[in-house]
Design a protein around this ligand. Structure first.
Ligand SMILES: *Cc1c(COP(=O)(O)O)cnc(C)c1O
Length: 221
């Protein structure tokens, strides 16, 4: 099916209040332009160089989300180009983002990536680590960073019960943080769900889904 049709189909299926991040990594500017023409405005990329190249070639009202592992030496170049960094996976990275944002005179928006899936290689905070960060109110030292919520992934498996349990755990971390720090303003984004599992994620409370393959087809590595 054509990219534009897929975009429209997913928009129709998503409940009110759930946003779509179209994951365009490894797809070219023409593919993104097709999705844009169908009304899509949020796109997700996982590599800094690739994202920067695309921002230059595409309309300025696109809101770019960074969703990959971010190296600290690339933070400065990335910041002016992104609307949201969904994949903050360490306190050190958060500190660098905050320092660089302050220096640049901007406020950056981020999600904290939580790791619940079974795979060993995935990045992110363990749930208990993340709760500890908020319990100790270490976010109060941030000068130029707005923590807007949590991002997570389910285990890569066909076992729907496992996937649902993972999303449930991520949603619980999100709700616990709200309880621990009720004064955190604008902490309202729960990003979870990809091509193969997003309906379960939405069912478990996601209000931002990140869908690539179902829109653009297999990635062109
Ligand atoms: C690649 C990627 C996606 C999209 O995955 P699809 O299966 O192609 O929908 C979503 N989230 C993250 C963090 C990714 O790296």
């Amino acid at each position: 099916m054509a990219i534009g049709e897929e975009i429209r189909k997913i928009h129709q299926m998503l409940p009110d209040g759930v946003e779509l991040c179209a994951v365009s990594k490894f797809h070219d500017a023409d593919a993104i332009a097709e999705a844009y023409a169908a009304g899509q405005r949020i796109f997700g990329e996982s590599r800094v160089q690739e994202l920067l190249g695309k921002t230059a070639a595409l309309p300025a009202d696109i809101r770019w989300h960074f969703i990959g592992h971010l190296q600290t030496n690339k933070v400065r170049r990335l910041l002016p180009a992104v609307a949201l960094i969904e994949s903050v996976d360490s306190e050190h990275l958060l500190e660098v983002i905050d320092e660089e944002s302050a220096k640049a005179g901007i406020v950056s928006r981020v999600l904290m990536q939580v790791h619940v899936a079974r795979e060993e290689t995935k990045f992110g905070f363990l749930p208990e680590e993340l709760l500890e960060y908020f319990r100790c109110r270490r976010f109060e030292t941030l000068k130029a960073t707005h923590i807007c919520g949590v991002m997570g992934m389910a285990s890569n498996t066909d076992d729907a019960d496992r996937v649902r349990a993972d999303f449930h755990s991520i949603a619980e971390v999100y709700r616990s943080i709200k309880e621990i720090a009720p004064d955190l303003r604008g902490f309202d984004t729960l990003s979870m769900g990809m091509s193969g599992d997003w309906p379960i994620a939405v069912d478990e409370g996601a209000n931002l889904v990140r869908i690539g393959t179902a829109i653009f087809g297999p990635r062109q590595y």
